[in-house]
Design a protein around this ligand. Sequence first.
Ligand code: MG
Length: 254
Amino acid sequence: MKLIRYQNSEKESHIGWVLGDKLGPVRGDIFGEYQREEATIPVEDVQLLAPVRPSKIIAIGRNYAAHAEEHGAEVPEIPLAFFKPPSAVIGPGEAIHIPPQTQQMEHEAELAVVIGKGGRWIAMDEADAHILGYTIANDITARDLQRSDRLWTRAKGFDTFAPLGPWIETDFDPTDAIITCRVNDAIRQMASTRDMVFSVKKLVAFISSIMTLYPGDVILTGTPEGVGQLKKGDVVEIDIEGIGTLTNPVSEEE
Ligand code: MG
């Protein structure tokens, strides 16, 4: 099932679900009790929003060996976790803004985990019961600032640096799905989630051993090799097999 947030022509936001090219409203709380209504509204008549509004986004660095290598970095023995602020989230189709402070803004295509049931000290074999589903993320990074700053708050934290969407897929197997990133139709990244150093279950267990995960929190699971620069006017598309496609244009911050 595909769960969305969307805005109708009256600019009201709703939650819904998608079946083919139609959507239906969802009544209730997607993290608790909810009910789906018939899917009769054409998806093209609404604007999709980021499918979740997380209280926090925990991202994992260097979780694919080939990507660590392209930056001359070692694969960490313990997951390398950092935060992206919820204020960075944008939805499908929204523009990623190049801030004036960077000369090298890059894409990072990533599988995103959406927590359903919160918790602390979640065991690996209980992780699935805490996951509502999966979506697609672009961990936009100001690479020059990531190199110059000791902490990555600035490089990873600008507004619009966390595109999420287009929906939360609740029926998805994260163990071997192909992630593809295209910029202006040219393939930049293509790899399987099979190549992750730390699995989704391990990441949920690891992160929840540090901090309580809340419903709606999002975990970015790291990017495969092939990251590269985005320029004004580019269109970046990320496909994850079994989920869908997240598309965002790139513009300069005004
Ligand atoms: Mg990343």
